[in-house]
Write a protein that binds this ligand. Structure first.
Ligand code: NOJ
Length: 489
């Protein structure tokens, strides 16, 4: 490769400058590496969709503007003691006013796609009833700006910011009235945006917001429901997804594609043997039956219903049909595995292994480092449910990003993390996993829910006083991945 700054070139240049610069050991090393040329970078398929992702509440701010109604996250973040650093997202990144600048940041990365979410309470301040056209106008402006700059919009309809009014009046996702309202909202939005947006995600991470928000009480709306009621809320959420799919088919332009973005409970075979892989496959189907499984199979597994016993959700055949409405793609949010699996002769056929306390993690303690998740999650998803189109709808990491004395952010741990996950993703695709695109979480630092602004996931550093955006070294790393359509180890 002309101009490549290889070790061989370095040795040659150093040699010209004087023998004293190269020790005998280094000279020997340079001969060895000359013989072992670097392997080719791992390429992604032509047309692979490279993007970044954000969500409305985490970046928009402007919570009282243009008729937006309150959401459960406004209420929750304003409740003392709920957010680690006592912040809220009233202003956040002020993206509502700075969206043009932010689209410019995406452009600088060379990314071809952007996944953002639409705030339901901007469009229907009360969740249902009268729409607020001014709220939708913001997304019209954003979408037009993206398209003008050659970036394809991928819109998520629900990223956790439920209109507070629905929580107050019907109990939020505890009631199927919310499922119906979500269907109506989805039909309204997609009818108006699908002339320019071709891909919609219905719901983001059912698994997280249900368990955290309705089970453990640590996310909005802060409920600790008994298991039976939590399972019913989960059923109402997947029913809402189903209503949304049907409404999109009925109201959006023909050819509009719809899927969801799920933090799948990723089961990784502890060892790559056929028996371990088979056990991981069984485990992944069972552990995801409550959301992805019922959506893709139109039924809950017997294992799921047996395990729930008297706490199983109440449902009828028509609801299962709605939930199982055909979707066009599956979005997987990949961060960390749910568990490692080994085979077991008895019972369900798998054994969930405990994590040793020394298992490494990124800055966020929950973010265990397991790049092979990016290999097994798409492969097993495709196999178990016969899925032919997968997007990695999120992948990324927090990092202790500080601005160095020279004004730059050297987020080497993020680069290490991304490189290793992307290498595994490339391997999955090479082995046949139908992954068509990747959305890096996140474009810029933002409001990381219960952790406030303390955990930074962005490719761009944000100073939350001045709101200045600054590219981190990882932005340059990702720009290179996109430009070369490849990643090298
Ligand atoms: C998944 C969520 O969708 C997103 O909102 C969150 O910021 C990232 N994970 C990082 O925790």
């Amino acid at each position: 490769m002309p101009g490549r700054f290889s070790r061989r070139n370095f040795a040659r240049l150093a040699g010209l400058a004087g023998f004293s610069m190269v020790s005998p050991a280094a000279a020997k090393d340079s001969r060895t590496s000359a013989a072992n040329e670097k392997s080719a970078p791992a390429s992604f398929p032509d047309g692979f969709v490279w993007g970044t992702a954000t969500s409305a509440y985490q970046i928009e701010g402007a919570v009282h503007e243009d008729g937006r109604g309150p959401s459960i996250w406004d209420t929750f973040s304003h409740t003392p003691g709920k957010i680690d650093d006592n912040t809220n997202a009233d202003r956040a990144n002020d993206h509502y006013h700075r969206y043009k600048e932010d689209v410019g940041l995406i452009k600088q990365l060379g990314a071809k796609a952007y996944r953002f979410s639409i705030a339901w309470p901007r469009v229907f301040p009360n969740g249902d009833g009268a729409p607020n056209p001014k709220g939708l106008d913001f997304y019209n402006r954003l979408i037009d700006e993206l398209l003008a700059r050659g970036i394809e919009p991928y819109a998520t309809l629900y990223h956790w910011d439920l209109p507070q009014s629905l929580q107050d009046r019907v109990g939020g996702w505890r009631s199927s009235d919310t499922s119906k309202a979500f269907g109506d909202y989805s039909g309204y939005v997609t009818e108006r945006l699908s002339d320019r947006v071709r891909n919609f995600f219905t719901i983001n991470e059912c698994g997280r917001f249900l368990n955290f928000g309705y089970g453990w009480g640590i996310d909005a709306p802060g409920l600790k429901l008994p298991t039976g009621e939590l399972n019913q809320a989960r059923h109402n959420v997947v029913l809402g997804h189903g209503f949304a799919v049907q409404a999109i088919r009925a109201h959006a332009r023909a050819g509009t594609r719809v899927g969801l973005a799920e933090n799948i409970a990723a089961c990784v075979p502890a060892i790559d043997t056929p028996e371990h892989v088979r056990a991981a496959e069984i485990a992944m189907r069972e552990l995801n039956s409550g959301v992805l499984g019922v959506i893709l199979e139109g039924k809950y597994t017997e294992g799921y219903l047996d395990y729930a016993g008297k706490d199983a959700p109440k449902f009828n055949a028509e609801e299962l049909m709605i939930i199982g409405s055909k979707i066009d793609f599956v979005g997987l949010n990949i961060y960390t595995p749910q568990c490692y699996i080994e085979p077991k002769d008895k019972g369900a056929g798998f054994h969930i292994l405990p994590f040793p306390a020394s298992f490494p993690h990124m800055q966020s303690k929950w973010l265990l480092i397991a790049p092979e998740t990016a290999y097994w999650a798409p492969r097993l998803t495709a196999k178990i449910w016969n899925v032919d189109t997968i997007y990695i709808s999120e992948n990324g990491t927090s990092s202790d990003d500080k601005i160095a004395a020279d004004g730059k952010v050297y987020d080497l741990d993020r680069i290490m993390y991304l490189r290793n996950y992307l290498m595994q993703l490339q391997r999955a695709i090479a082995d046949g996993a139908p992954v068509r695109g990747y959305f890096l979480w996140s474009l810029m630092d933002n409001f990381e829910w219960i952790w406030g602004f303390e955990q930074r996931f962005g490719l761009y550093h944000v100073d939350f006083q001045t709101l200045e955006r600054l590219p981190k070294l990882s932005a340059e790393f990702y720009r290179n991945v996109i430009a070369t359509n490849a990643v090298s180890s």
